[in-house]
Design a protein around this ligand. Structure first.
Ligand SMILES: Cc1cc2nc3c(=O)[nH]c(=O)nc-3n(C[C@H](O)[C@H](O)[C@H](O)COP(=O)(O)OP(=O)(O)OC[C@H]3O[C@@H](n4cnc5c(N)ncnc54)[C@H](O)[C@@H]3O)c2cc1C
Length: 391
């Protein structure tokens, strides 16, 4: 009971994005009493979520949850830097409606619609034994580096010239576009399901990051040069804009019984922007921790987080040629080393080994460029290295 005589719940979860919804759903299934708060608890997720097939956790497989959450599978997506490499790992696009269906907020979960500020999140300690902040990494408190992208969805026939015979383009760093001012960026091209392909121009990390207008202009010139019909570019089936904060927000000093999970808690990968697979993978351990009174698991070791930070620093500061050479090195690595770098929960020795392997296989000039980039004070402006006054 709390001071008003109401029963305390086991855990209050604030934010029902992928992290909060998965945690609330699995806590409810595990028999915990949950209060889940979000301004729009039933909002559909519209972002295209891609993960590696081996990252879909067992409890989200059809035999466990009764729902097939995969909308489309791609075997061996290609990487061009401009050297071609095939990533020998199956990539899947999640069906976000089915993911939400597989994460029901059923018995034991009380849902409230509210937008809570930091003080109101802390105040939930009067109603719950544990409070978990899953409000994401966005919001005004985060003016750090961003990943931005602009994509259009076109029908399969229109996308064929962009794909150039590949099943999907995980990253296409070729410079077949008109502008040269925007800095390094890549085309991400994946089928979303029958008849639909997403073609997305992406800036992996920027500070400042290119705007949707900048990216849309580059996407248009790239697709026109490849022969995608103007009609498909001008009248796409859908448009997607991506804005992913690459570092968690600073939300003040640690408070007793208030923890954070998902991107709010640093579960995102600072050098790739991916978070969903890592967060879903951490849910079972988080549920056990909440049920047994132990602290939530950390997303990874502090050293691994620092190494991701070094990777982000390099991406923000390296000149375009060095950046492309880095991904040539990435494409030449074995799939295990690629996995060590990409998976957000990899231990530090794996992250370090993968980063060392990439650096060691770069030509001498780009090796030096990488070191200079990491040591450089300012982030690259769109025009090139060191051009920005920003940190
Ligand atoms: C277009 C797009 C494509 C993407 N593609 C991928 C991908 O392929 N793979 C990948 O891993 N990631 C991808 N991402 C990033 C991914 O969507 C996010 O990293 C992920 O959603 C983070 O999950 P989260 O639950 O931690 O936070 P969020 O998804 O940000 O959810 C936060 C939740 O908290 C709620 N909330 C916010 N403020 C408050 C408040 N004050 N009070 C109460 N509730 C609040 C929000 O309503 C929301 O429901 C993509 C993002 C975008 C935009």
């Amino acid at each position: 009971m709390n001071a008003t005589g109401a029963a305390m719940v086991d855990v209050a979860i604030v934010g029902l994005g992928p992290a909060g919804r998965a945690l609330a759903s699995r806590c409810g299934t595990a028999g915990l009493r949950v209060l889940a708060v979000d301004p729009d608890p039933d909002a559909r997720w519209h972002q295209t979520l891609g993960v590696w097939a081996d990252q879909v956790p067992p409890w989200l497989q059809p035999h466990s949850c009764g729902v097939d959450v995969v909308a489309h599978r791609v075997h061996g997506p290609a990487l061009y830097s401009p050297e071609r490499a095939e990533i020998r790992r199956e990539y899947v696009i999640l069906d976000t409606d089915r993911v939400q269906a597989a994460l029901p907020l059923g018995d034991g979960v009380t849902v409230e619609a509210a937008l809570l500020d930091d003080a109101e999140v802390r105040a939930l300690r009067a109603r719950a034994h544990r409070v978990v902040d899953c409000r994401g990494a966005g919001g005004p408190g985060n003016d750090g580096p961003l990943q931005t992208a602009y994509g259009i969805v076109v029908d399969t026939a229109a996308a064929l010239p962009a794909l150039g015979g590949e099943s999907a383009l995980f990253m296409d760093w070729r410079q077949d576009y008109d502008d040269d001012e925007l800095g390094p960026g890549f085309l991400y091209a994946v089928p979303l399901g029958p008849g639909r392909v997403l073609l997305e121009e992406t800036c992996l990390a920027g500070m400042p990051a290119p705007t949707p207008g900048d990216l849309s202009a580059r996407l248009r010139s790239r697709l026109r040069r490849r022969g995608v019909p103007d009609s498909a570019i001008d009248r796409p089936l859908a448009v997607e804009q991506v804005r992913i904060p690459l570092l968690p927000p600073f939300r003040g000093p640690v408070e007793p019984r208030v923890e954070a999970f998902g991107t709010a808690g640093g579960y995102g990968h600072a050098a790739t922007g991916y978070s969903v697979a890592g967060t879903l993978g951490a849910v079972p351990a988080a549920v056990v921790a909440l049920g047994s009174g132990r602290p939530l698991p950390r997303p990874r070791s502090p050293l691994a987080t620092s190494l991701h930070g070094v990777g982000l620093r390099a991406l923000l500061r390296a000149d375009p040629a060095t950046t492309r050479e880095l991904f040539t090195a990435f494409g030449r690595m074995g799939v295990d080393q690629q996995r060590w770098f990409l998976d957000s929960a990899s231990p530090s020795y794996q992250v370090g080994a993968a980063m060392w392997a990439m650096w060691a296989s770069m030509p001498a000039q780009q090796k030096a460029g990488m070191v200079a980039a990491v040591l450089r004070k300012n982030a690259r402006d769109h025009a090139g290295p060191g051009g920005s006054a920003r940190p």
